[in-house]
Design a protein around this ligand. Structure first.
Ligand SMILES: [Mn+2]
Length: 321
């Protein structure tokens, strides 16, 4: 039961001095919001806290992430206690993966159904919209103070992982918790402006280019495009900043599955979104990725062209009428 797990976690916190809080590579709003919220929540306890997130903080989350406290590299430091948030498998810790074996106790808090539970304590609830929502439940059970600063970070986590409270993972409880966070002082429109209405022009241009290159297959049920190195270079933007292309393509009426291929030097990362019944996490798992039924991804050590062929093949039977 959650209550007992929280009791155990509080005991671990009390007996620990060195505490690390880690999130996943290519961090999103839920990861950054949750990690930073837990950091600020534990701050008053005067422990030695470290934060580990491998990857660029997207520009719109920079106001919520204190980058001076995020570790740049991992030098095999040891920890009494490690929290791993929003991270469905150990590989997603990226360059910080070894922190797992260098920590005495591990607490995993996540809402990905593909999470196997690699901690000593695992709080994994796929019914939750976001790790932020789950973390809020946990924080309430500790009886410790949730400041406005913490509330803002949890709200960002919930807001972004629910696609502004629009995905199916959004429940009445999600709204009730968001309301409680607003009562703690969250300014809804201010956050909306920071997260969604703050894009630099070159980021929007790269986004539009990526969207306009979309190709349709199987009666437009599959839409596929790529964010190439060339698009990034010409517009002078980071991959991490071009967000939402895969969701945008899903907005097309006929689309059942949208796919974005992200071109990196040594691999292609695949983002998948499903509109109805197709479980894209099953296909992602097949290629050592993970995620949710409607939002998942994986990477291949191959170029865009070959990756695209694989995607077309994978969805052929599911989408061909
Ligand atoms: Mn999440």
């Amino acid at each position: 039961m959650l209550k007992n797990d929280v009791k155990e976690i509080l005991k671990l916190i009390n007996t620990s001095d060195e505490i690390c809080i880690a999130g996943h590579t290519a961090p999103d709003g839920d990861c950054i919001g949750s990690v930073m919220a837990l950091y600020k929540f534990l701050k008053p306890l005067k422990k030695n806290l470290r934060v580990m997130i491998d990857g660029t903080i997207p520009f719109n989350y920079k106001p919520f992430a204190d980058e001076s406290i995020i570790a740049q590299a991992y030098d095999n430091e040891k920890f009494d206690l490690l929290f791993v948030l929003d991270t469905s498998d150990t590989k997603r810790l990226g360059k910080f993966e070894d922190v797992l074996k260098n920590s005495n106790k591990r607490v995993v808090i996540d809402h990905h159904k593909t999470n196997t539970g690699f901690g000593d304590i695992n709080i994994i609830d796929p019914e939750m919209s976001s790790t932020g929502e789950l973390l809020y439940d946990i924080m309430k059970l500790t009886g410790m103070e949730i400041t406005k600063e913490v509330a803002v970070l949890l709200y960002v986590a919930i807001l972004t992982d629910t696609g502004k409270f629009s995905y199916r993972n959004t429940t009445s409880r999600t709204h009730i918790k968001a309301a409680e966070l607003i009562d703690l002082g969250v300014n809804v429109s201010e956050i909306d402006n920071l997260v969604y209405n703050s894009k630099p022009a070159n980021v929007v241009k790269a986004f539009l280019e990526s969207v306009s290159n979309v190709e349709f297959y199987y009666d437009k049920k599959l839409g596929i495009t790529a964010i190439t190195k060339d698009i990034l270079l010409r517009n002078n933007v980071d991959m991490a900043d071009v967000d939402g292309v895969v969701e945008y393509i899903r907005e097309i009426r006929e689309i059942e599955v949208s796919c974005v291929l992200k071109e990196y030097d040594d691999c292609t990362k695949v983002s998948l979104r499903s509109k109805n019944d197709i479980d894209v996490s099953a296909i992602s798992l097949k290629y050592q990725g993970g995620g949710h039924a409607k939002a998942a991804g994986f990477e291949l050590k191959d170029n865009i062209e070959n990756t695209k062929k694989i995607i077309l093949e994978e969805f052929k039977d599911l989408l061909k009428s």
